[in-house]
Design a protein around this ligand. Structure first.
Ligand code: MG
Length: 327
């Protein structure tokens, strides 16, 4: 069935869309009440709270879809502050002409990713606008951070190492391949990093500063961390993990992998003496098998890249458009 403006009118058709597609996949006791607002049990510590909107095309791509992305993206932002993710909202803006089977696939993927990430979807909204079958999703996430756990962009210290949880640019390359109609085996890395963070936190690793490597790529993310912490970050070019297929794809198109986005990778700045242990923990976690220590934190400012040939190059944030919408 195709979505029409009736599914957005708030009446019988809207109720049917919600019960037959979204509530069916997202079911949990809090959502089941269908109240005007969800009541969430409070936990100790502080509340982590974040929101993100997802407008990617195509809706489905190798290795993922907008549904998986919309859960993983928001969960990963909660995790980067040390939060245990608990609750999500999901708001859908659906263009007329969208197939209900498409929505069903998206909702099923969101439910599976939420389960993997350890969150439940406790509130939501659907709106229908005139258009041609595109779907936009906003998710807001709530998690809890124990008192005393301070992970922040401004807490990187001189002497820290830079740990990257895997290969660069996979999501970006997969999306761009789909958009350009290029057949290859590159898959998006879209994934929730809950298990990886749990492994680091439960082992007592002293994580100073973290970001998930998304839009703008590693170059942009590290520039932000260096600026917020008033330190210099030095990267070793030959240490940057890159899947062979992504390497040749980016080489062919002249795309610098430092500015290609991921949706299931994190970068962590932490004490050098804990580096090898943290690396082992990440490598043993889901999605972390290609993790590497890629650099160090020194005094100074900005980000520099030491090339394989001994050169030094300044790395800045992404300037301009940054290729297609990837999330
Ligand atoms: Mg982030």
């Amino acid at each position: 069935m195709k979505i029409t403006l009736a599914e957005g009118a708030g009446g019988v058709s809207t109720a049917r869309l919600i019960s037959e597609v979204f509530a069916k996949h997202f079911q949990n006791p809090i959502l089941a009440g269908m109240e005007d607002a969800a009541l969430l049990p409070a936990e100790g510590g502080r509340i982590a709270f974040t929101t993100d909107s997802f407008v990617v095309t195509p809706l489905f791509f190798r290795g993922g879809d907008i549904g998986r992305l919309s859960v993983a993206g928001t969960v990963n932002d909660l995790l980067m502050r040390g939060a245990t993710p608990r609750y999500l909202t999901a708001a859908f803006i659906i263009e007329t002409g969208t197939d209900t089977e498409t929505l069903d696939r998206i909702a099923r993927s969101m439910a599976a990713t939420a389960k993997e990430a350890g969150v439940i979807i406790v509130a939501g909204d659907t709106k229908v606008v005139e258009g041609n079958g595109q779907v936009f999703i906003n998710t807001t996430g709530v998690g809890f951070v124990p008192d005393g756990l301070e992970i922040s962009a401004s807490r990187a210290k001189t002497g820290d190492i830079v740990l990257l949880s895997g290969t660069l640019g996979d999501h970006h390359a997969a999306l761009l391949s789909a958009r350009m109609g290029i057949e290859n085996a590159i898959e998006s890395d879209a994934a929730p990093l809950t298990a990886m963070m749990q492994a680091l936190l439960s082992a007592g690793i002293h994580l100073h500063a973290m970001r998930d490597v998304t839009r703008g790529g590693l170059g942009t993310v590290l520039t932000e961390l260096a600026e917020a912490s008033e330190v210099r970050i030095e990267l070793k070019e030959e240490a940057l993990p890159l899947a062979p297929a992504v390497k040749s794809f980016s080489g062919l198109l002249g795309l610098p992998p430092l500015y290609m986005g991921n949706e299931g990778k994190l970068v962590a700045l932490l004490p050098a003496e804990e580096g090898e242990r943290a690396l082992e923990l990440v490598r043993s976690s889901p999605y972390g098998e290609n993790a590497a220590i890629i650099g160090t934190v020194t005094t100074g400012e900005g980000v520099i890249l030491r090339t394989a040939l001994g050169g030094i190059r300044r790395v800045g944030p992404l300037v301009g458009e940054g290729l297609p919408r990837i999330c």
